[in-house]
Structures are given as C-alpha cells and as structure tokens.
Design a protein around this ligand. Structure first.
Ligand SMILES: Nc1ncnc2c1ncn2[C@@H]1O[C@H](COP(=O)(O)OP(=O)(O)OP(=O)(O)O)[C@@H](O)[C@H]1O
Ligand SMILES: [Mg+2]
Length: 253
C-alpha cells in the first residue's frame, strides 16, 4: 500500500484547519481507503472542526513515558517501542472512515521540540497503515524546519491576502525546498478569504508558487464558527467546499 500524505502549512490564523477539515470530509466521501488525520497544531482546532473528541494526545503519551521512567520502570528499546505502539493506538480516535490523532499542548515547557520529536517517529510508524494521511500543521515554519514529516506527497501552503501570510508561505517553501527539509511531490498555494479570482491571481503572481485554488470569505463558515458547528456539516452547495474539491483534484485526489 502506498500512503499519500497531504500536509497543510501557513501563517497562524490563515485557514489551515478550515481547509484541512473540508479536505478530510471530501476525501472520506470520495476515496475508498482509510484516512488518518493528524492535528499537529498545539491549539487543536481540527478535532473541533471535525466534531471529534480527543481522549489522549501525543503529548499525553510523552508524559506517560516520562512518568513510567520516573517510577523507575526500566524498559529495553523493544519494550518502549511496544508501549509506544499501544499508547498511539489508544490515542487514536476512530471515526467511520477517519482515524484522528492530536499532538496536544505541552504545558510544562516553552518549546514543543520534544513532542515534535515524538510526533516524527509516530507519523513515520503510523502512516503506512493508512491510504491517506492529512496533517494540519502548526502555524509557521518550525515543524517543517524540524523535519517532523520527511516525505509528503502534497505540501499545501495556505495564505490569506496579506503580505505577511505570503511571506510565511515563501519562507516555508524555501526551507522545504532549498534546505531540503521535506521531500515533496507537489507544492502549491491556496489563497483564503480572497474577494475574487482576479484578486487571488494578482496575489499569486507575486509568488514563486503554483496556485492550487482560492477560497472566498465565506458567511456560511463564519456562521458555523459562531454556532460551533463542525465543518463536516457543510452542504455540498458550499462554494468554499467546491473550491477545495478543485484543490484536491489538482493534487490528484
Ligand atoms: N474562508 C473563510 N471564511 C470565513 N471564515 C473563515 C474562512 N477561513 C477561515 N475562517 C475563520 O478564520 C478563523 C481561523 O481559521 P483557521 O482556524 O482555519 O486558521 P488556522 O490557520 O488553522 O489557525 P491556527 O494557526 O490558529 O491553527 C476561524 O475562526 C475560521 O472559522
Ligand atoms: Mg489551525
């Protein structure tokens, strides 16, 4: 089985989780295979956007391992890996077609490097069991820089219409490509909250990326957001949903 991985990255608040949730919903409808959704953003919004409950996170697993070490429980490497396997399986939330894993939010330290390190091993081990893996990334370039996912098929970079947003996706492209932080097959830009196709095109022309698509500022998404409704409920007529179908088709899904 050849796993196809989609990773969604960009500046904070540009719509990574929104597009990830809509993509997952479309993939679950259109593809026969199994799907793993990884909420790699410490502020886990994807669980909420998908209507999933989270019982255990990657960070909880890390804490459990530390706790058992502190208790003096010694394990050899094989035993630790077996424990990790069990813990990861336990942390997966299994929906009808989508399994879900959240990275969680470490409270006891300022940096996420330790969970990112664990996440790297977990992604590598777990991904092979699924046909499609979608990663809703942390804001910014950190996880790309730390090579949390070494190989992905599609690197989807999301920006709003701001120069800051575009700056961040260019930095991510630079780190991924020029610094060889990620091996990818396809890379492209999605412009969120554009007023029109012309506006999206105009912004895109000043970038070095292919345009995968754009999404309008959508009153329906705003309404769902306000009511706390999962984006999985978006009707097929939703313009944004149709735009996301276009993005997935460009990526070969
Ligand atoms: N096209 C859109 N139309 C209307 N509202 C949107 C649109 N895209 C995103 N939003 C809203 O903007 C906010 C930020 O979106 P989202 O959480 O998807 O961004 P993010 O990039 O995942 O943020 P973070 O970096 O915090 O993870 C959310 O409240 C979301 O509902
Ligand atoms: Mg998010």
């Amino acid at each position: 089985m050849k796993t196809k991985t989609i990773a969604v990255f960009g500046k904070g608040g540009v719509g990574k989780t929104t597009i990830s949730a809509i993509m997952l919903n479309i993939l679950a409808e259109r593809c026969d295979g199994s799907i793993l959704a990884i909420d790699a953003d410490p502020s886990y919004g994807l669980a909420f956007a998908m209507g999933f409950g989270v019982k255990k996170t990657v960070d909880d697993i890390r804490k459990d391992i530390i706790k058992s070490i502190k208790k003096g429980i010694r394990r050899d490497k094989e035993d630790t890996l077996r424990m990790l396997d069990y813990e990861v399986f336990d942390a997966l939330t299994q929906g009808t077609k989508i399994a879900f894993l959240a990275i969680g939010r470490p409270e006891d330290e300022g940096c996420y490097c330790k969970v990112n390190y664990l996440l790297k091993d977990i992604i590598a081990d777990l991904a092979g069991n699924f046909d499609i893996v979608l990663i809703d990334g942390e804001a910014g370039v950190e996880q790309i820089n730390r090579r949390v996912m070494k190989t992905v098929d599609s690197l989807v970079l999301v920006s709003d219409t701001s120069a800051k947003g575009i700056n961040v996706v260019e930095t991510i492209r630079h780190v991924a490509h020029d610094n060889r932080a990620v091996d990818y097959q396809k890379i492209g830009l999605v412009i969120n909250r554009a007023r029109s196709e012309e506006e999206a095109e105009r912004i895109h022309r000043n970038t070095s990326l292919d345009l995968l698509g754009w999404m309008p500022d959508d009153d329906l998404i705003r309404e769902y957001d306000f009511e706390g409704r999962p984006l999985t409920d978006l009707p097929p007529s939703s313009t944004t949903r149709q735009m996301v179908i276009g993005v997935l088709e460009k990526l070969g899904f």
